[in-house]
Design a protein around this ligand. Sequence first.
Ligand code: FAD
Ligand code: 2HG
Ligand code: ZN
Length: 480
Amino acid sequence: GSVASGLQKNPTFATLNLDDVNYFKGILGEKNVIQDEDRLATANVDWMHKYKGSSKLLLRPTCTEEVSQILKYCNSRRLAVVPQGGNTGLVGGSVPVFDEVIVNLGSMDKIISFDKVSGILVCEAGSILENLDAFLANEGFIMPLDLGAKGSCHIGGNVSTNAGGLRMIRYGSLHGNVLGLEAVLANGTVLDMLGTLRKDNTGYDLKQLFIGSEGSLGIITKVSILTPSRLFSTNLAFLACNDFFSCQKLLLEAKRKLGEVLSAFEFLDSQSMEMVLAHLDGTRNPLPSSLYHFYVLIETTGSDPSYDREKLEAFLLQSMEGGLICDGAVAQDTNQSSSFWHIREGLPEALSKAGTVYKYDLSLPVEKMYGLVEEMRLRLGQSAKVVGYGHLGDGNLHLNISTPEYDDSVLRKIEPFVYEWTSKHKGSISAEHGLGLMKANEIHYSKSPETVQLMASIKKLLDPNCILNPYKVLPQSVLH
Ligand code: FAD
Ligand code: 2HG
Ligand code: ZN
């Protein structure tokens, strides 16, 4: 595809032949060795339909031992591999660039154990996030992460991207919540790091390397994760602010005054609201009297309905009187709260329906964040729609630039400007989606040359033939 232009297939990689296919059939059985064109077409293209590979083979292992045998063989044959979960990644990391073999974990979705006392869940990496959350709901627990793609993303994909999402402000990152992992290295070695302990300071914490490594160091096959209790008193407010400074102050106030019950703090601008209303069926503005400059969703979660509600109401009243918010509604039932969430969570889908989109997932100091959106609007004028939204509570902006079709002249106005701006303000060019194919060559905007070199050394130690998710995460120039 066009996004891969400029890249050459690594000449050390082999090309799949009939013997290879037969070998895989011997390990996995006919039905898990997929060459069907329609199924390959789906697995070759990413969620945005932006990145497209030309793999001729999709493998669906059913256990760790099969993953191990696949990788051992691929490594000895120099066949490149793309690990794939739910294929909801947004940086081109989950699909092949050329003809890499796709290893999809979707058949490995068993729950292995759940400890009702500690809340520790152990499951296979192909488990769908929403299914895990539904399982936990019956047990009185909740997954510590939630995101718009929950219906298809896998926990293995979440861990591999170190996904953040909507609950991170409350429960923290997967670097804290993942207690253990099982991963298979490129040579087939199974690394058992599947601990179930909160505390374990015995040597280097190697599982952390795999969290956020985007399939470049190994295939994650099992995950052990700490899950919090599911608290039943939830409230959701949909609020309007006149300017970004008020959103910022509101965040500070929410942290101070809602304290331990604050469970989400998300924002979207008026251009985002227009996007959703225009492209997502059945959505309506919860605050229909006007189109405001900014909207903020504040969720509280606690264990005492009347106390929690009072706390939220007092906070909202004060914020209204202090002029931080100019309008607002509190969801009266679960239908209403789903419809509020749908506006925020539906943004990626609305944007993909609107046309093509350039996505930037940035960590920035909150007070600087919206300046970038405004500068981008000035740079692009009428040639594109610029929308800003994201996890304000975590300092994470999702800058999305929508155009009817991909246009190199627009892209040249966006990049490298967006990366330079982010770097100048000490931000990160990937807050939560990862680098994937999209930003492998841009890593230096966020990491020093020495750091990138050490990453390359680790990559070569764990995967000397570089068969795992080639062309992703690190620039080719530091590996070869
Ligand atoms: P895939 O897309 O299949 O893969 C992602 C990366 O992980 C690839 O590099 C792949 O090679 C690797 N990988 C997958 N499984 C494994 C494995 N078992 N072992 C090793 N490597 C593996 N991200 C956020 O952080 N926060 C959000 O709020 C958020 N919201 C989203 C909303 C929507 C509507 C969409 C489409 C995406 C969103 N994402 C978000 C991006 C995406 O990163 C997450 O959806 C998710 O973490 C990806 O999981 P997946 O199973 O689909 O992985
Ligand atoms: C979200 O928070 C996702 O909705 C997707 O991380 C962000 O579309 C995006 O840019
Ligand atoms: Zn996000």
